[in-house]
Write a protein that binds this ligand. Structure first.
Ligand code: AP5
Length: 220
């Protein structure tokens, strides 16, 4: 099993949902750059300069590459120093970032430990999923819109309040899909195809089926 598992996919493709499952099943560290950026927003000790870089996120656009490297590499160092594998969830959004992460893995002697999994889904489905998503304010659980969950008022895991994420409004979702949807994934996909480390799963299947596809790939 590879030490570095990179989940690629557009906004709402299911990266967070599947990352949490891999992390739980294999005891890996979870690097979600979206979560790291949201934590930065609430961090009283963070610099004003870094916080100002979050304006793009609020508008549904990519934040600066440098801020991503600072947050992601600091967090990854902690897991790797403890000999833990990591799941990267949405941490790579353009080819420049893919190259920079690869240089980082090379510096850690981990370039042969990388596996990349693309969760394939249409831009239209990204929109439908994000416009109905709720998350738990307390534990961060991601709640799908299903018959069994659509009327839930509290988190089934911790009883916390279920809320809509600030960037899950129609205007910002559209901007995210324009900037970070399938078109933007092409160069990243080609980069990892050329490295020979890209696998694909059908993200339109239900959550358990997508999970099974991913586990099969990881276990090979
Ligand atoms: P981030 O928080 O990563 O947002 P995102 O990429 O838009 O991804 P999401 O978290 O919205 O969706 P997801 O793919 O995790 O789907 P989920 O599992 O929740 O990033 C936020 C922002 O930070 C970015 O817009 C950008 O500004 C910035 N940023 C982050 N990383 C960056 C980087 N590297 N460089 C620059 N900027 C960066 O699923 C969605 C919904 O569908 C949920 O309700 C879920 O329950 C449901 N669902 C999941 N799977 C299924 C299924 N198989 N069937 C039915 N429903 C499903």
């Amino acid at each position: 099993m590879k030490k570095i598992i990179i989940l690629l996919g557009g906004p709402g493709s299911g990266k967070g949902t599947q990352a949490k499952k891999i992390v739980e099943k294999f005891n890996y560290g979870h690097i979600s750059t979206g979560d790291l950026l949201r934590a930065l927003e609430n961090d009283k000790n963070a610099s004003l300069e870094d916080k100002q870089k979050l304006i793009e996120m609020k508008a549904g656009k990519l934040v600066s590459d440098e801020l991503i490297y600072k947050l992601a590499f600091t967090e990854m160092n902690k897991f790797l120093d403890n000999k833990k594998g990591v799941v990267l969830d949405g941490a790579i959004r353009n080819e420049k970032q893919a190259i920079e992460y690869h240089n980082y893995f090379e510096s850690k002697n981990l370039k042969n430990e990388v596996m990349t999994i693309l969760i394939e889904l249409s831009d239209e489905d990204f929109f439908n999923r994000l416009s109905k998503r709720r998350v738990c304010k307390e534990c961060g659980s991601i709640i799908p819109y299903l018959e069994s969950t659509k009327n839930l008022l509290k988190c089934p895991k911790c009883n916390g309040e279920l809320v809509v994420r600030a960037d899950d409004n129609e205007e910002t979702i559209k901007q995210r899909i324009e900037d970070q949807g399938n078109k933007s994934l092409d160069p990243i996909v080609k980069y990892y195809e050329n490295l020979g480390v890209l696998k694909k799963v059908d993200g339109s299947k239900n959550i358990e089926e997508v999970e099974n596809q991913i586990i099969n790939i990881i276990n090979k």
